[in-house]
Design a protein around this ligand. Structure first.
Ligand code: ATP
Length: 222
């Protein structure tokens, strides 16, 4: 029987650090909020709205990609480093809506080869200082669905994102997860409604109660 929302505390939780990932508009933030509430977890959310280069980047990607990617990396490093310095990291559950490696994956798409080589050197130095999540929940939706979500939430600077950009992000994530054999719950969210349909949320909650070997584990919603 499914436990009613609110009764499943962090006490019987197997993990101390869970990350939700997925393409732009996949629904990472919504699911992170709901799971954090469910498990009374600490929530670490991406602060993309503070990045002054983001609207400029969408208007002129070539000119602004490098400062954009540097800004994201510096902010994320600071946020995740602060997390480690808090002593209870391994006592309580933490849920984040991004992986630090997200920086590198986007940078690979957006930077020139020469810029990317420099970026990767900085990334490697920072990466070694951070703790990585024990499990990843990857939200997959087709590009048409992502475009619908992007239209619906209506951030002005995101309204002209080309399908090709979303495809590249999808491919880059998929390749990275496979290549590194990350312990991943791969969820098809084409028809997901985590806010409106409690059953969908409970599929994820139940999945987090199971043991998984390394690699991808596919989950579909009812
Ligand atoms: N490293 C990056 N390089 C370029 N753009 C980025 C990078 N990281 C985030 N962004 C942009 O920041 C915005 C927020 O992205 P993100 O995918 O993190 O959140 P989201 O789309 O609001 O997520 P969700 O809808 O899944 O909750 C998007 O426009 C995304 O393209």
């Amino acid at each position: 029987m499914q436990q009613p929302t609110g009764l499943c505390g962090a006490n019987n939780m197997k993990y101390t650090f869970i990350t939700i990932e997925g393409n732009i508009g996949a629904g990472k933030t919504t699911l992170s909020h709901l799971l954090a509430k469910q498990f009374n977890a600490r929530l670490v959310l991406e602060q993309f709205a503070d990045n002054p280069f983001l609207p400029k980047f969408y208007e002129n990607p070539q000119q602004y990609a490098f400062p954009l990617e540097l800004f994201f990396m510096a902010e994320r490093f600071k946020q995740l480093k602060e997390l480690i310095q808090q002593k209870d990291l391994f006592q309580n559950l933490t849920i984040s809506d991004y992986l630090f490696t997200k920086c590198l994956l986007f940078a690979k798409i957006n930077l020139s080869e020469e810029e990317f080589r420099l970026y990767q050197r900085l990334f490697d130095i920072m990466y070694q200082q951070l703790v990585q999540p024990e499990i990843l929940i990857y939200l997959h939706a087709p590009v048409a669905k992502l475009q619908q979500n992007i239209k619906k939430r209506n951030r002005p600077y995101e309204q002209q994102i080309p399908d090709d950009y979303l495809f590249s992000i999808q491919e880059t994530y998929t390749h990275y997860i496979k290549q590194h054999n990350l312990k991943t719950i791969y969820v098809d969210v084409s028809n997901a409604d985590f806010l409106g349909n409690p059953e969908h949320l409970h599929v994820i909650i139940d999945a987090l109660d199971k043991e998984y070997p390394e690699g991808q584990h596919f989950l579909s919603l009812p």
